[in-house]
Design a protein around this ligand. Structure first.
Ligand code: FAD
Ligand code: 2HG
Ligand code: ZN
Length: 490
């Protein structure tokens, strides 16, 4: 068996090697960009969920690709492992260091240049540290659309999106991040720079190295730049928040929406009543757009070009057909951009509201769409039998077969949720695996799910993944313990 033991664990924290490394890092990026004080590093060592809190030998903030290469080279020479970090919005603990205090966090936060926008070729070339919302804005200024859309888009970076192969609310129409990238620039674990920034749509000259790095969660190298795809702008929208009885009705409504809206269907999201109630309780200004409560809701949106003036009619046709087929009880249609924003806030506010509510156990699962309704019906009683009063906060990208089956603690029972966490997650993952699903649809495996990820894959698949890791990172210094468990932990 391949042993991937990070050499960083051999560092003597009191020894000269650490001081030498820090000197090299300061030479590489300048004194001001090597952080070692507790207060300075605090924001870099705890993840968004607050569940993963580690320690760093240093946080290093390079300002260019060549500085990233110099940092990686220095770390390699010292045997220190490197944790790449973008916006630190990841939900599986992959962008923060472990507890050893021996890892170097490499933040891409200073690399924020939009290098080039080419509206005719339909490409935008950016530094990896550019925030997703800034890429969207740069595309809009050129009259184009960069469609990726996440609740975290004001903080997450393109490098992080690529490293996690992020999903979001536009996947239904435009695909995952891997479908939005044409080329990459990557600093390899040995410090060399691979310039793969070709914006070609056609290039059949061997293995697809770009795609190898997408979804690699910082374990194969540091993404420093990317060429991304742009699309025609879609300034027109028709948006509705629809009350449906259950997941089966939501899935049937998806079929109707596809039939009536065709390629204009851009969003089809689901949320249960519990999710909405948390948003109403914790999000200032949120209000229920419908008079009567419903067990489930769907956010449906059609999007089109300035010349597409049939969107409202198409949405109305979908809702009329849904009422006639007894699939929808009521709906609120956005009559203005402000109302559209308010409906979106109900959906995008769920993560934050659940965090405010208390202890949360996240499950980012995907199943064949035609299995979703039965799965939700079957898993609920199993959860209740494992922990009385546990509250499923179920929402997500039903159009992609992807549910966030997140559990909130019973009221006043945060510790009970932590105690039951392993049993609850195992029951969920076993049933997802039995249904030919995946235990991570879009957030990646990170530290949280590295072991589980390997345990639900075949031995052949895990061997192939380890072979790729060994080929690119033979010393195991790039984000060890993330995505693939350290040997001995699986
Ligand atoms: P980080 O959190 O900094 O890092 C994530 C991983 O990528 C780590 O393993 C890190 O080591 C690696 N990494 C980061 N930058 C680089 C780089 N330049 N090179 C190599 N590796 C790198 N995710 C979705 O998929 N869909 C959603 O709808 C969604 N909504 C969210 C909503 C909220 C409120 C929050 C808090 C998170 C959400 N996320 C969602 C999760 C998160 O925003 C994504 O995973 C995002 O892609 C992470 O980007 P980041 O820049 O914050 O990366
Ligand atoms: C979403 O779809 C994100 O809102 C976040 O993927 C999910 O917080 C979560 O579990
Ligand atoms: Zn999601």
């Amino acid at each position: 068996a391949l042993v991937i033991t990070p050499r960083a664990r051999l560092i003597d924290l009191q020894g000269a090697s650490v001081n030498d490394l820090l000197d090299h890092l300061r030479t590489a990026v300048g004194d001001a960009h090597v952080l070692t004080d507790g207060a300075d590093v605090a924001a870099y060592v705890v993840d968004w969920t607050g569940v993963h809190a580690g320690q760093a030998l240093a946080v290093v903030r390079p300002g260019s690709t060549s500085e990233v290469a110099a940092v990686v080279t220095a770390c390699r020479a010292a045997g220190a492992s490197v944790v790449p970090q973008g916006g630190n919005t990841g939900l599986v603990g992959g962008g923060v260091p472990d507890a050893t205090g021996t890892q170097v966090v490499l933040s891409l936060g200073r690399m924020r240049t939009v290098r080039e926008v080419d509206p005719v070729a339909g490409t935008i070339t950016v530094d990896a540290g550019v925030v997703l919302a800034d890429v969207q804005d740069a595309a809009a200024q050129a009259g184009r659309l960069f469609p990726m859309s996440l609740g975290s888009e004001g903080s997450c970076t393109i490098g992080g999106n690529l490293a996690t192969n992020a999903g979001g609310t536009a996947v239904l129409r435009y695909g995952m991040t891997r479908e939005l990238v044409l080329g990459l620039e990557v600093v390899l674990p040995d410090g060399r720079i691979w310039d793969g920034l070709r914006g070609l749509r056609k290039d059949n000259t061997g293995y697809d190295l770009t795609q190898l790095f997408v979804g690699s969660e910082g374990t194969l190298g540091i993404i420093t730049g990317a060429v991304l795809r742009l699309f025609p702008a879609t300034p027109r929208h028709a948006t509705a928040w629809v009350a449906v009885a259950d997941v089966a009705a939501a899935v049937a409504l998806l079929g109707l929406a596809q039939q009536h809206a065709g390629a204009h269907l851009s969003t089809f999201e689901i949320a249960n009543r519990q999710a909405l109630e948390l948003v109403l309780a914790h999000l200032p200004g949120a209000s229920d757009p419908l008079a009567e409560p419903s067990d489930w809701y769907v956010l449906v949106e059609l999007a089109g070009a300035q010349t597409d003036d049939g969107l409202d009619d198409a949405l109305e046709a979908i809702l009329t057909a849904a009422v006639e087929a007894d699939l929808a009880a009521d709906a609120a249609i956005a009559g203005s951009p402000a109302q559209r924003t308010a409906l979106w806030a109900l959906r995008e506010g769920i993560s934050e509201a659940q965090k405010v509510e208390g202890a949360t156990l996240k499950h980012d699962v995907t199943l064949p769409i035609n299995r979703l309704a039965d799965w939700v019906a079957e898993i609920g009683p199993k959860m209740a039998a494992t922990l009385e009063g546990v509250r499923p906060v179920t929402y997500g990208h039903v159009g992609d077969g992807n549910l966030h089956y997140n559990l909130s603690a019973p009221v006043g029972g945060d510790d009970d949720l932590r105690t039951a966490a392993a049993d609850l997650s195992t029951a969920i993952y076993d049933s997802v695996a039995a249904g030919n699903g995946s235990i991570s649809a879009e957030h990646g495996l990170g530290r949280t799910k590295a072991a589980a990820g390997a345990s639900y894959k075949s031995a052949v698949e895990v061997d192939l993944m380890r072979a790729v890791k060994r080929a690119l990172d033979p010393d195991g210094l790039m984000n060890p313990g993330v995505l693939l468990p350290l040997v001995g932990q699986s």
